[in-house]
Write a protein that binds this ligand. Sequence first.
Ligand code: MRU
Length: 345
Amino acid sequence: LQKNVLLFPMTPNSSYQAISFAYGKARILDQRELPLKEKYLELSHPREVIAAIKSLAIRGAPLLGLAGLTALHLAAVQSNEKNEFHAYVKDIIHARPTAVQLSLIVRAQYDRCCNFSLKEQASLYYEAALDYEKQMLHESEAIAIHGQTLLKQHSKLLTHCNTGPLAMGGWGTALGIIIYGALMLRRNYEVFYTETRPLQQGLRLTSFELHKHQIPATCIVDSAAAYLMSKGMIDAVITGADRIAQNGDTANKIGTYSLALASHAHSIPFYIAAPWSTFDPASISGETFTIEYRDAIEVLRPYSLEQEKARNNSKVLNPAFDITPGKLITAFITERGVDRPPFHF
Ligand code: MRU
């Protein structure tokens, strides 16, 4: 089985692709428009890719690694001199602070190649992006296969945010396990997914991906999860991760910590599925993680102008991620297998 994983990675039968690229250009599926429109953006300037990352046109921690490498390649192609290039590199690394792959992978490639000419660097980053894309295919398939060992034919599963092929090339991570089980093993999982306030990655993107793969599923509002657990409607919770510390503390989409607490209270296993590239070797615990705070408009947008006016006196706090303590995590599912506590990554 492992041999097949390495030699012939399978991919889900998708009619959509979050990002593709050729030398000097990138094509991004604008995730802000999903599920209503499947609109692709043709980008050739690093500034455009950085804007796409910041606005979540492209998103999901592992995929941000590829978007970052693509931006790095375009920056080397478009820059006339090294100072200009360095300014782009800085902007790419800081475009989103919590997802570890964006800064770590871009920084590693830059450190490896920065003494070459810009022309040579452009080729090296292009090759690095191709390699990383292949690596994601292998890793996501291995995660999907390892994940099946924790589940059964009719498991009732809850997932959060979006962690499918829109978030990691190949199958994705947590959602990849669900899609792979349904498609490759004909498992009839009962799938619940959260709406995922405020940007609704669940309601918009997970629903889109489940629909594309013809997997029936049920959406719940974020705050309904504990109630479903209390009614015996959930056997396991599986989410992705944006950054994992050596002790297992995990940053992921806001609301993940609440799901882990509720799972713990109901003795329901809580799994994190993520490629090994999500582990942050510099963080002993989650205390040092930088959590991204986003604009108030993302929280207020669904309300009418009148309601917004009535809220004028109220501040808005919009943390995009939270940190789940490692002690609440039953196991990590990575391409290397299933890791249970005590965690010492
Ligand atoms: O803000 P987003 O949509 O980029 O947040 C995404 C998540 O929190 C995912 O769970 C995580 O990046 C893992 S994606 C495989």
